[in-house]
Design a protein around this ligand. Sequence first.
Ligand code: C5P
Length: 305
Amino acid sequence: MTRADTGTRGVTVRVPAKVNVQLAVGAARPDGFHDLANVFLAVGLYDEVTAAPADELTITCSGPDAAQVPLDRGNLAARAALALAERYGIEPAVHLHIAKDIPVAGGMAGGSADGAAALLACDALWSTGASREELLEICAELGSDVPFSLIGGAALGTGRGELLTPVATGGTFHWVFALADGGLSTPVVFGEFDRLTAGTDLPVPAAAPALLDALASGDPAALAKTLSNDLQAAALSLRPSLAATLAAGTGAGALGALVSGSGPTTAFLVPDESTARRVAAALTASGTCRTARTALSPAAGATVV
Ligand code: C5P
């Protein structure tokens, strides 16, 4: 089914990608998750999920990376529809179409975004009357990054990343994202983090005050100095070629660079739109990435369109 077919009826939700401007990772917990101080920033690369009445739960996906998206009940969009239907005693008779523009398995929460978008779209389609808190609760059950995809903007995630406190931002930040060939698995990257940090005493993760100040001031140079990702060494260990991508972007004029989440997408903070275009062109020409995209942050969370 094409996007136009589903777009004529049903509910469509637009949902942003994210970058972590700080990802502080603590020791593994008994439940296998890691305590985090995760400063999320929603960025203006979007997926759209359309929920339309159907005989049974089905999923389709369109977009350049559509072939890599699982269309079974393991997809977070399907899991979101099933969780909402179960909670409200509704038959999950819905077709979900994902128009995918967020890189797949790239560390930009594309799967989580689709979960949040499907939840909001089904909620509107079925008129469940669920409160925002109930939707956030279901999001947290679906995955650590899913609640942030619902709220968007900028937020500090603690616990395993699902406990959110909104964070102030003072203006628009310009980004370039270098997309890599193939994805990286989040659990594998956390496993590599465990291997690399074995035997070390990890501090309790906490948001850096200088980073929160930089976000609030809207000063990209200040934010660039404070960008940090504790998963970066693990992502680089698994994908050493990312070092060349980071060097290409900073060499072309980015103020700061880091691996986005668990990677392999790399993120470059730039001062303005013309630098964004220049850095994106240089990254593409460098041959160190598949392609480069520019985007603005913060972006609004999941929204019915
Ligand atoms: O919560 P989510 O399903 O997105 O997590 C995927 C995997 O990433 C988890 O199974 C776990 O291996 C790892 N993870 C973690 N600590 C977190 C979040 C995720 O170890 N705070």
